[in-house]
Design a binder for this molecule. Sequence first.
Ligand SMILES: NC(=O)C1=CN([C@@H]2O[C@H](COP(=O)(O)OP(=O)(O)OC[C@H]3O[C@@H](n4cnc5c(N)ncnc54)[C@H](OP(=O)(O)O)[C@@H]3O)[C@@H](O)[C@H]2O)C=CC1
Ligand SMILES: Nc1nc2c(c(=O)[nH]1)N=C([C@H](O)[C@@H](O)CO)CN2
Length: 239
Amino acid sequence: MTSPILITGAGQRIGLALANHLLAQGHAIIVTYRTRHQAITALAQQGAVCLHADFSSDAAIKDFIVQLYQHTNSLRAIIHNASSWDCEANNPDSAALFDDMMRIHAKTPYLINLAASELLLNYQKQQQQPADIIHLTDYIVEQGSPKHLAYAASKAALDNLTKSFAAKYAPHIKVNAIAPSLIIFNEHDSDEYRAKTLKKSLMGIEPGCREIINSVDLLLNSHYITGRSMPVDGGRHLK
Ligand SMILES: NC(=O)C1=CN([C@@H]2O[C@H](COP(=O)(O)OP(=O)(O)OC[C@H]3O[C@@H](n4cnc5c(N)ncnc54)[C@H](OP(=O)(O)O)[C@@H]3O)[C@@H](O)[C@H]2O)C=CC1
Ligand SMILES: Nc1nc2c(c(=O)[nH]1)N=C([C@H](O)[C@@H](O)CO)CN2
């Protein structure tokens, strides 16, 4: 059996686009979902293993790891995509927001990476090529955010974990990050917000999921890139 690729938070948007792309390439896929969107049923019909996981507690993260080992004995890659773009304005309980942001963006990848290394190494032994861990971070790691302070800090923690895990797991497992700025808007985004956001990058477009798919393909096909963060940000750093 081919070693599956694990994608967290694949019920919608970028995670779902990645799952459909990798399935179409012939990969076996394991996805986690919190809300059972219709898309999850469609992924299951295409042969994906779909595991419910709400990473809102340490126990839930640990329960997922048990589930994962019940479904496979090897992994080609792990793509940590699950995320909550939450902000201080919507959360009067700052302590809870900080904990939630750190748990989904840093603690969940940290605990899964530590627990699943055996599965990734089994792939490397079988195929004699490195396995992969890919962290979806955020351009905002470079500059912080006055409106998403806890979110940005948690993504910065994930960026740092990229370097630590790369050094810890080399040469049998590569660990990289993809740091996007705007990729796709949310349905509720106002015209005003969209216009303002498009002006933040040199390219001035909403590029869509294809940009992340291309970046994931590049990292999976490399045997040499590790410990790096791939910026996918339309030249936002030069505006
Ligand atoms: N979209 C963009 O323009 C940008 C995206 N990124 C990053 O790229 C990645 C994908 O972005 P996008 O597709 O917009 O992500 P979404 O905001 O659509 O979230 C992805 C998934 O994460 C799941 N999720 C959220 N919280 C939890 C939790 N506690 N436990 C389990 N799953 C959870 C959601 O589940 P549910 O369906 O139940 O809500 C959702 O399906 C993210 O890491 C994001 O931070 C970075 C910069 C820009
Ligand atoms: N989990 C999410 N993280 C982020 C999202 C999102 O929709 N879900 N969106 C952004 C923005 O597009 C930002 O990059 C530009 O305003 C950031 N992170």
